[in-house]
Design a protein around this ligand. Sequence first.
Ligand code: MN9
Ligand code: PYR
Length: 257
Amino acid sequence: MSRSIKKLTGLVAATFTPLTAEGEINLSVIGPYIDYLIENQNVKSVFINGTTGEGCSLTVDERKQLAAAWCQHGKGKLEQVIVHVGCMSIKDSQELARHAASIGADGIAVISPSYFKPVNADALRLFIKEVSTFAPDLPMYYYHIPSMTGVAFDAADVLNGIEQVIPSFQGVKYTGTDLRDLGQCVCYSQSHNWSVLFGVDEQLLGALVLGVHGAVGSTYNYLGCIVNKMLAAFDNGNHMQTRVLQVQYIFHPMLHV
Ligand SMILES: CC(=O)N[C@H](C=O)[C@@H](O)[C@H](O)[C@H](O)CO
Ligand SMILES: CC(=O)C(=O)O
């Protein structure tokens, strides 16, 4: 990779996709959405077209328009725009990766294909590699979400040796509850300076204790302010305050609507 890498840390909002009443993407919302995240939630990085953004249900063209709008409006405001480019078709993923690089995204991520599934971790690594070569200068993150993909190999097995096949590999977004596997990912990532971002918002405290570098989640769109306080308490070594804030978050009325 030719550019120096900005390590992805802290809270990352997995953004919603604004639609019009007719079901068309509504790009006019994105500028104000960015200002809201920064000013109201103190959240400065976004993960777009992922699960929350329903990227897999959008067309390639819609995904490109959204990515371009987030990069354009986020320039000089957001710290990082990570574009999820996972698709069933590897060619669509490659095209989205190439496009993300052309619009100045800060990184890309992929889930595993989920209908025809990779047979093992080697096959999944190969898929990620084939996508990464279309954006070789962009940090690539593996998005591990077995509850949605049904692909449940240990993420640590996917990471093991991946730097040898994907020079741009930069970390994992871990949406799962296996703390043993997560701990192995954190341990393996340390020697490569990769980021491990946790994705089960309700259980972030357990992941912080294991040493994750940040979190990507849907609820940081509207509860980022509370979770940012929790991260600050954790960084200050205030365990009691951290626990109080995690519990306050878990019982927050917005999680129970
Ligand atoms: C399955 C799913 O969408 N997981 C998200 C992240 O990956 C989370 O951010 C959840 O939306 C969140 O933890 C709320 O349950
Ligand atoms: C939560 C998350 O990371 C996503 O919606 O993709």
